[in-house]
Design a protein around this ligand. Structure first.
Ligand SMILES: Cc1cc2nc3c(=O)[nH]c(=O)nc-3n(C[C@H](O)[C@H](O)[C@H](O)COP(=O)(O)OP(=O)(O)OC[C@H]3O[C@@H](n4cnc5c(N)ncnc54)[C@H](O)[C@@H]3O)c2cc1C
Length: 465
């Protein structure tokens, strides 16, 4: 590989402003939001070059040249991923996808054809005058892009009713690792073979680079009714949530959490729900939920509690977006003690046992649980913890994730795998990882697209956890 020859070829094929070797740009785009506070010893390589495509053919040109010169390629959207999925594990070419900004709203179809670099906030801003919205609303709405949220199959505040980002995707245009462009049909449903667009959902840019997507849009709700309740302990509220879901209700927002839980004493837990749509329907559902929560001795909190939560829900994502726009490194987020927030997906019947066992394990090893909770669904369980030295902390992360896998759960439900969870991919998928690796080998014979992620290349070992 000759960096000089690659740069010459890129500059000959693309306008000058689309190819950068500016050291500050290389340094910023080397990493996403994964930092040593979550993964001790985490370090990135400095990219050789950043390419900023403005259209699909720019992406295809960069990919073909990277193949010719055998240089690894890393697609990057907003760079807010928490697993190192867009980070440079090896020096190569970073594709800054934020230049793909086209938005075509199709109100009659309740769909949008949208460029991969558009943020969720910009998309919603464009859809609103048509009385429509994209139903994916992550904390990072201001920075997360269409391409990155598809790449991680991200989840947002409205996921309880509308599902994940992957559920919004009807079709994609993508550049394959060898530079070929494919487009799948953006229709509600097809029965014409496996849905090829799904190959790119949650694939972290390893099977192809999404340049454009056809997404569902939904009518802006006439009203959104927000309510919250406090329960005496996690178990009681969990039982109320199960009853609520059993009744067939699907709140838009389902946010459930406690503070500083232990396995020996009860701490209160708070449930926040939203009901949205036609006013009379939303209000009737909220009243039904209130009566159900009362059955489980939930104490209804003043309306401002849920309303404040809703108004402030993007604050930490906005802070990250601002720091990144100012070119600040993730070092700003590094803490003296490691802190992590695991998001595991469990059969709902396993949640309470898993929570209890996890809290007991943390206490046994001198770590502090900061919070446990649920998001969108009774089986999507979160636990945040801190404390101890890096070695004990890392061993505990692994232990809790493996326990989840042992209970037939999935080790992560919204942030992807990247490099951080790559070492558990064989345990997660069993023989299925071999299938994923064969697919990767077939589509990307030189192994150049986003190497080191998802454990798809056995020969390129990810950093040890
Ligand atoms: C403070 C904070 C809050 C967060 N809150 C949430 C949350 O509420 N819900 C949630 O799910 N996540 C959350 N995240 C994580 C992050 O915002 C999501 O993973 C988001 O989907 C990443 O989007 P991005 O554009 O920043 O992607 P990036 O980080 O740039 O990339 C993510 C992955 O997608 C790949 N990729 C990027 N663009 C493309 C493309 N065009 N084609 C193919 N692959 C591509 C990258 O290579 C990488 O593997 C949070 C992160 C932070 C820092």
């Amino acid at each position: 590989m000759s960096t000089h020859a690659l740069l010459q070829a890129l500059r000959a094929a693309l306008p000058a402003d689309r190819v950068s070797t500016d050291p500050a740009t290389l340094s910023l785009l080397a990493h996403d939001a994964l930092h040593p506070g979550r993964l001790p010893d985490w370090a990135v390589a400095t990219p050789l070059v950043v390419v900023c495509p403005q259209q699909t053919t720019d992406v295809a040109t960069a990919v073909r040249l990277a193949n010719t010169h055998q240089v690894p390629l890393m697609p990057m959207g907003g760079g807010s991923g928490l697993m190192g999925g867009a980070a440079s594990v090896v020096a190569g070419l970073v594709l800054d996808m934020r230049g793909l900004q086209d938005i075509q709203i199709r109100p009659a179809d309740r769909m949008v054809d949208v460029g991969a670099g558009v943020t969720m906030a910009t998309l919603n801003h464009a859809a609103a005058p048509h009385g429509l919205m994209c139903a994916h609303d992550p904390w990072t709405v201001a920075v997360a892009t269409v391409g990155g949220t598809i790449g991680t199959n991200s989840l947002g505040y409205l996921g309880g009713k509308y599902g994940s980002m992957g559920d919004q995707v009807l079709g994609v245009e993508a550049v394959l690792p060898t530079g070929e462009i494919i487009t799948t049909r953006g229709v509600e449903k097809a029965s014409t073979g496996p849905g090829l667009h799904r190959l790119f959902i949650g694939a972290e840019g390893c099977f192809g680079i999404v340049t454009r997507a056809t997404l569902r849009l939904f009518p802006l709700p006439q009203t959104r009714v927000l309510r919250s309740w406090e329960f005496a302990n996690f178990t009681t509220g969990f039982t109320a949530i199960q009853a609520l879901l059993d009744s067939g209700m699907r709140p838009g927002l389902l946010e459930y959490s406690d503070d500083h839980p232990t396995c020996t004493a009860d701490v209160p837990a708070t449930l926040i729900l939203s009901f949205e749509g036609r006013q009379r329907v939303a209000e009737a559902e909220a009243a039904e939920a209130a009566s159900l929560c009362a059955t489980w001795h939930g104490r209804e909190l003043p309306a401002r509690h849920a309303e404040t939560f809703w108004a402030q829900r993007h604050e930490s994502g906005d802070a990250y977006a601002e720091a990144r726009a100012a070119g600040q490194s993730w070092l700003r987020y590094v803490r003296r003690q490691p802190l992590d927030y695991l998001h595991v997906s469990l059969p709902p019947s396993a949640v309470l046992d898993y929570r209890h066992e996890s809290l007991a394990l943390l206490a046994e090893h001198g770590l502090q649980a900061l919070q446990t909770g649920l998001w969108c669904h009774a089986g999507l369980f979160n636990i945040a913890f801190t404390g101890a030295d890096a070695a004990t902390f890392t061993a505990m992360q692994m232990r809790l994730l493996q326990r989840c896998q042992d209970k037939q759960g999935a080790m992560e439900y919204c942030h992807g795998v990247g490099v951080r969870l790559a070492s558990l991919m064989a345990r997660e998928h069993g023989a299925g990882l071999g299938v994923l690796r064969r697919l990767k080998q077939c589509l990307d014979p030189q192994g150049l697209l986003n190497p080191g992620k998802l454990s798809l290349a056995p020969d390129l070992a990810p950093p040890a956890l």
